[in-house]
Design a protein around this ligand. Structure first.
Ligand SMILES: Nc1ncnc2c1ncn2[C@@H]1O[C@H](COP(=O)(O)OP(=O)(O)O)[C@@H](O)[C@H]1O
Ligand SMILES: [Mg+2]
Length: 397
């Protein structure tokens, strides 16, 4: 294959290893500086220029987009996607994982355990927020920090409040997160390639530092992961839309707590700790997937008028519980089931003999009108509709 590694650090360990691994396998490979692309929307088809010249054809890209250029970098990746060039990490996945809040919001919908986290803006909401996640000591994080910079442990509520106010006054958004004491300056980095963990290490913070980042002096050792950690890592990467990812987890008292998912994981520490050829794994994975460029399914499936994608939930009292999919009547209504989600389990392309259970979630493609009546009512948090107050709500001018 012909592969482009998008990176601004051609000499870094990770880029060099990926490039060498590709060459050793007989691929053509170029390291292209992400910032030298021009996105061209003037012609008939989406196109790219590199250093002012028409870009040649590539089979795949491997984006290594740094934090400081997320917007431009993801725009370039998105352009490659529009040109049907395969990428293991989509623009959508990279930008979602980059923002710690956005990532947590997405993961929390899929039953991934994370340290209790809250996000507030108003001064008056800061102290209740800290108390909600368990009180001091409490962790404060900048939304787009990396390498441990922007992660602070505040010893008491007053200090926490001061730090948050200071950061907010300089227009920085911060997360407030429970301090997971039991993990004692240690965390797990799992490297996910495709749908498996190819390597994992434990990072141990230096001295009394609580951040275990290698950039903060943390040391690394290879670990054999328990299945719960493997599953959490693979699912997190998958949910974020990343096929190459470094998933960071704390070792909570009742299992893995996912902290973040990195879309350009460094290879130096983990290859040194595990003595495994991770760069080779990544290249082989891309080589195997090249035939399947990323498709924005929702967008492509919504182009026929009246048809679209929707998630239907099987209710406990619905008459299709206990029936198999073939007898559910969905097919007759022109509805195809693409995947079936049962708890944390997914059955892709479920056949007609799969028996439906209560609370199954069916990702379907079909006639929107038919599906509308089957979409569950939104979960209500407060059931009662309050009466209007005696006095008008809007003040008269
Ligand atoms: N809630 C927490 N409880 C305990 N330790 C934490 C917590 N959040 C982060 N840490 C420590 O700080 C390090 C950096 O945090 P992380 O969220 O991964 O930010 P960064 O993107 O800067 O690496 C983690 O690797 C971990 O060792
Ligand atoms: Mg981290």
């Amino acid at each position: 294959m012909k592969l482009a590694i998008l990176s601004r650090a051609p000499r870094s360990y990770s880029t060099q290893r990926l490039r060498t691994a590709a060459l050793q396998r007989g691929h053509q490979v170029k390291v292209l500086n992400t910032l030298r692309f021009a996105i061209d929307l003037s012609g008939d088809e989406p196109d790219l220029q590199f250093r002012g010249k028409q870009l040649s054809d590539y089979d795949a890209i491997l984006p290594r987009i740094g934090n400081s250029i997320t917007y431009f970098g993801t725009a370039v990746v998105r352009q490659f996607e529009q040109m049907d060039v395969y990428t293991p990490n989509t623009a959508y996945g990279i930008s979602n994982s980059r923002d710690k809040l956005r990532a947590s919001q997405i993961l929390s919908k899929h039953a991934i355990e994370m340290p209790a986290t809250t996000f507030v803006r108003d001064r008056a909401d800061v102290i209740p927020a800290i108390e909600r996640v368990g009180g001091a000591p409490v962790v404060i994080k900048l939304l787009e920090g990396t390498q441990g910079i922007g992660v602070i442990l505040a010893p008491d509520i007053k200090v926490a409040e001061g730090i948050i106010e200071t950061l907010q006054s300089t227009r920085q958004n911060v997360l407030i997160q429970r301090f997971v004491k039991e993990s004692r300056g240690r965390d797990i980095r799992a490297l996910v390639v495709g749908d498996r963990v190819v390597a994992a290490m434990r990072r141990v913070a230096k001295g009394d530092e609580f951040r275990s980042n290698v950039h903060r002096g943390g040391s690394v050792e290879a670990v054999e992961l328990e299945p719960a950690f493997e599953e959490a890592a693979v699912r997190s990467a998958q949910i974020m839309g990343l096929r190459v990812a470094g998933v960071d987890m704390l070792e909570g008292s009742s299992g893995p707590l996912v902290m973040e998912v990195n879309s350009s994981p460094g290879l130096e520490g983990i290859e040194a700790a595990t003595k495994l050829d991770i760069a080779g794994e990544i290249i082989d994975y891309i080589d195997n997937q090249v035939a399947f460029p990323q498709i924005d399914v929702r967008q492509r499936l919504s182009v026929s008028t009246g048809y679209g994608v929707a998630e239907l939930v099987v209710h406990g009292d619905a008459d299709i519980v206990g029936k198999n999919l073939g007898d559910s009547g969905l097919r007759e209504k022109d509805i195809s089931v693409l995947t079936l989600h049962r708890g944390t389990h997914v059955i892709p392309n479920p056949g007609g003999t799969v028996v439906l259970e209560s609370e199954d979630r069916l990702l379907c493609f079909g006639k929107l009108e038919e599906m509308r009546s089957m979409i569950p009512a939104r979960r209500k948090r407060s059931r009662k509709v309050k009466r209007l107050p005696k006095h008008p709500i809007q003040e008269q001018a």
